[in-house]
Design a protein around this ligand. Structure first.
Ligand SMILES: Nc1ncnc2c1ncn2[C@@H]1O[C@H](COP(=O)(O)OP(=O)(O)OP(=O)(O)O)[C@@H](O)[C@H]1O
Ligand SMILES: [Mg+2]
Length: 283
């Protein structure tokens, strides 16, 4: 039997505040197997440990207990095989689009550094893939938020990771740009290509419909401590485009996920429970 792309078994993560010594149990007994080429979305209330899961897979932090493996081998630190993208672009403001995209490439991959020509060709390819041809020489401040996130995506892909780790990458964008980039992301991920050619993607979002639109499976987390509450198969056909939102199954799945996180989401923003309706108040 081949091992899954990612194997998380009984992962616990606690943080200890350096000054007070106070412990936060961020994750408790998180288990999850992710197959090669799957698109996984993680949703859950604020503070439930979504970013912690991603950081552990990225190797930016280590679990307190449990098994964390990629291709059957323990993850012991960061690596070019796992690329990370965050909400806040993280572009270098003093560098052009093409230099930002080529940033990791300048340093080459251990064992197979690129020649200057290969590097240039690679930058050109990924700038085009994300739809930024013509903007190569611009600086981040000359770009819209959506364009900046395209640059971040091109940089992520240019390094050739086999796992894409994305923490609310579209969270800072306006609603229309966000919808466009969701479709672009599926195109770039390879939703029309055979599964064997797709990269494994893990995408965190607060937006339930975004999760349903993008994912093969949605992982719903609950908090205090962070656990996997449910894993839902998103059985909507691919390739997906705007029309999938009109599919009744799309609405059903979105409601099912909202039902799983509603109470906790209300508690997380300070309300005791769901607000009562006006008619209930008047009664
Ligand atoms: N470096 C850290 N030191 C101490 N506590 C931390 C650290 N990182 C995360 N935590 C705590 O762990 C818990 C999970 O945090 P995490 O950032 O993973 O949540 P999240 O689901 O990504 O939240 P959000 O939706 O707000 O981004 C929270 O209680 C948080 O305060
Ligand atoms: Mg987070």
């Amino acid at each position: 039997m081949t091992s899954p792309k990612l194997h998380l078994k009984g992962i616990t993560k606690s943080f200890v505040a350096p000054r007070t010594g106070q412990q936060t149990l961020a994750l408790a007994d998180v288990s999850l197997d992710i197959e090669d080429g799957e698109f996984i979305c993680i949703v859950g209330p604020s503070g439930c440990g979504k970013s912690t899961v991603l950081n552990l897979i990225a190797g930016l932090d280590t679990p307190s207990a449990g098994v964390l493996e990629k291709d059957g081998k323990p993850i012991t630190g960061p690596g070019a095989d796992r690329g990370v993208m965050f909400q806040d672009y993280a572009l270098m403001p003093w560098q052009t689009v093409q230099d930002n995209v080529g940033f990791g490439l300048r340093h080459g991959t251990p064992g197979k550094p690129f020649t200057p020509q290969q590097r240039e060709e690679r930058i050109r390819h990924f700038v085009e893939l994300v739809g930024l041809k013509g903007s190569e020489k611009k600086y981040p401040h000359q770009l819209s938020g959506g364009m900046r996130q395209r640059v971040a995506l091109a940089r992520l892909l240019a390094n050739g990771p086999d796992i894409l780790l994305m923490d609310e990458p579209l969270g800072a964008l306006d609603a229309q740009t966000r919808l466009i980039l969701q479709i672009e992301l599926l195109r770039i991920w390879g939703q029309t290509a055979p599964r064997s050619e797709r990269k494994t993607a893990i995408f965190i979002t607060h937006d339930i419909e975004e999760a349903v639109f993008l994912a093969d499976r949605v992982v719903v987390m609950s908090s205090h401590p962070g656990r996997v509450r449910a894993v839902l198969d998103i059985d909507l056909p691919r390739p997906r485009d705007e029309s999938v939102r009109a599919n009744p199954r799309f609405g059903q799945l979105s409601e099912q996920i909202w039902g799983l996180i509603r109470d906790e989401a209300y508690r997380a923003i300070g309300g005791a429970d769901e607000p009562r309706s006006e008619t209930a108040d008047a009664a």
